[in-house]
Design a protein around this ligand. Sequence first.
Ligand code: ADP
Ligand code: MG
Length: 405
Amino acid sequence: MTTFQTMGLPESLMHTLQSMNFQTPTPIQQQTIPLALSGQDILGSAQTGTGKTAAFGIPLIAKLLKEPQSSALILTPTRELADQVLKQLRIMLGQKTKIQTALLIGGDPMPKQLQQLKRNPQLVVGTPGRVNDHLNRRSLSLKTTNFLVLDETDRMLDMGFSIQIDEILKHMKSERQTLLFSATLAKKISQIAEKYLKNPARISVSSATAPATNIKQENINVHEAEKYTKLCDELDKRTGSIIIFVKTKYNADKMAIKLSKQGYDSDAIHGDLRQNKRERVLTNFRNKKYRILVATDVAARGLDVPHIEHVINYDLPQSPEDYVHRIGRTARAGATGEALNLISGADKAKWYAIEHFINPGSKPPKILKMDSNTKKAPRKSFSKDDKKPFLKKKSGKPFARKKSA
Ligand code: ADP
Ligand code: MG
């Protein structure tokens, strides 16, 4: 088995990995790090929570330490994710490092970022919009940047960043190493990979669409009108940190306020919050200042809070991919977690689509529990030929990818 010790990493990096208690590389790290260290481009996919940050972070830092003239850019879809990635990489760099870094995210004050850029950072992490702002105002130059990471690329494309990414790439030289990570390897991703990667090694660890196996998933059928009461029942039964997903920003705020008033410590995170507020909400959640975070999809994607024990889908997500990402907020790095789905009649079709996505060709889903107020009998099973409106195109196709290194 590949270990960190046999990878030929710089000594200072070995030290910081030890201090972070990273003993053995995760599967995606085992496959990615040696190839990336040898200079290969990488097209990588793996479930959430499998350690992709270090999979690109370790070879990136090794390169920056060995080659002071090298510099790297990491693009992520959201501000929180950029912040989180940079924080982890700074820990890996160690306190004594001379390597300068910059965090270029929207909603953050410009002067701070301009200050960071004046110090010629070797490592820049940012979101596509703000990185482009800096390129346009010439406060950032990527002419010599020779290492590029596209993190959560599927999400960046979903969020409409593809043109921004194209723009950024025009500012970069082609002699560079590029690592692209994505939860799924949809066609759009292959097209981007074709454009920006050179002979990439394709690394795919287990099924990109299957959620981590140590997540216990449970469904409760419930009438829309009784959903909130049911939610409170379930909150009472659970201990530990909980993240509740809702559909809209407005409902996220509303629910956090309502829950707090009733004695359930909670706060909300969504895309309309100012940057410093978002950071405060997250830091307090990480530090367990309150127990329940109500979130929308965009705000929560990629977030790494190690102690989330429960994910509750109050509203089901719009897409099956988002479901995998949501429940991937729990059971990080081998821990166990629970996911609970409150499914109202109107959401059934969505649930079937999700079930099919995470488990193609599997046995039909069981609705495990039935709310006592719901008169209709639980639907025990449905056949393959049942109508699944979301899945017309995809049905029958296996989603699981083969391993290929
Ligand atoms: P992903 O980007 O794949 O969703 P992350 O990179 O955010 O996953 O990692 C998930 C969690 O696993 C983080 O808390 C991280 O610190 C931890 N982790 C990553 N690699 C290791 C490792 N080799 N040993 C122990 N913990 C790890
Ligand atoms: Mg990640």
